[in-house]
Design a protein around this ligand. Structure first.
Ligand code: TYR
Length: 326
């Protein structure tokens, strides 16, 4: 695959395409990151951006995972102590998933975000950004109901991270786009460079095909799920055999193949008894999706196969979690 195609595969948007093409022309030693608010257990939302980091590593870039402990604290996720503990667990699961420690820089936010220089830059940003602007940037990330002062500081710190971690590319789910846009506007105000951003899609809820799948609302799959849990969740997933005529519902089963399975496996085998036509083998997402639509591939077989491959992907992280907890 061409470097540009690898860098941008499965991305929902890149800002700007020209800047990312420039990066793709000379990716060696360039630095990309995703920041995560630490939470104990990784779910598919985390793994989607992690898959992108794996692509970027393969493209020759250096990858940074920010364990955003201070951000989680600002977003009301618990005491600082609790957050630090979940960050360690999170790191262990990322490593088990395939972001090995030799090639991935894991950084705690608190390791640099409390420094004097950072703090003074933050205050300068506070001076140059309106409340309204910062709140809008935060709308899709914020937990809880009423915005606190901490929620408007949060995106400004996220902006500074891009400079302080010396990054060439900011990666996140589409819910991060407003923060990245803010960063593109504000970093030059402080005399820092504008960096490109890459956003991964937000996968639909498993059961309805609507909205956003997250751990807080709707059904998601996490590193905590047993093989049985996983099968049960996938089997009850929404999987219309043909595309929704209105086009506003996603097929979460297909999305999981596209964003989670195909990026990590060269070939997908759907095992079927001979009387049902025998095994099917796919080496790309499009051909599997086409077969599901044409009826050649039955939704029940697609689901069984999906569960098997997802299980393989989460098994090492599940093991790690068990070890940590015992
Ligand atoms: N905003 C991210 C976390 C994050 C924090 C700081 C960053 O620099 C980057 C990302 C989230 O919603 O989880």
């Amino acid at each position: 695959m061409e470097t540009y195609d690898l860098i941008t595969r499965n991305a929902e948007e890149v800002v700007t395409d020209e800047e990312v093409r420039e990066l793709a022309a000379d990716p060696d030693g360039k630095r990309a990151y995703v920041g995560y608010e630490p939470s104990g257990v990784l779910h598919l939302g985390h793994l989607l951006t992690a898959n992108k980091l794996i692509d970027l590593q393969e493209a020759g870039m250096e990858v940074v995972i920010l364990l955003a402990d201070v951000h989680a604290y600002l977003n009301g996720k618990g005491t600082f102590e609790e957050i630090r503990e979940t960050a360690e667990q999170m790191k262990a699961q990322f490593v088990a998933y395939g972001l090995d420690e030799d090639n991935t820089e894991f950084v705690y936010g608190s390791a640099f975000q409390l420094d004097e220089e950072y703090t003074l830059d933050l205050h300068e940003l506070e001076l140059s950004t309106t409340l309204n602007r910062s709140q809008r940037a935060m709308a899709e990330i914020q937990g809880g109901e009423t915005a606190k002062v901490s929620h408007v500081v949060y995106p400004l710190m996220q902006t500074l991270d891009i400079e302080y971690l010396d990054l060439d590319l900011a990666v996140g789910g589409l819910d991060q786009r407003k923060v990245h846009m803010l960063a593109r506007e504000e970093l030059p105000e402080l005399g820092y460079d504008v960096r490109p951003a890459l956003h991964t899609p937000i996968v639909a809820d498993l059961t309805s095909g609507e909205g956003k799948m997250s751990s807080s609302d709707g059904v998601t799959i996490s590193m905590e799920d047993s093989t049985d849990d996983l099968e049960e969740k996938v089997n009850s997933a929404f999987c219309p055999p043909t595309r929704d005529p209105e086009g506003d519902l996603e097929n979460p089963v297909l999305e999981l193949f596209e964003y989670h399975v195909f990026p990590r496996f060269d070939e997908i085998v759907v095992e079927r008894p001979d009387e049902y036509g025998g095994d099917l083998t796919y080496d790309d997402y499009e051909s599997l999706a086409a077969d599901l639509e044409s009826g050649e591939l039955h939704p029940a077989d697609a689901k069984g196969t999906l569960a098997t491959y997802l299980d393989e992907l989460i098994a090492p992280g599940r093991e790690k979690l068990r070890e940590i907890r015992n």
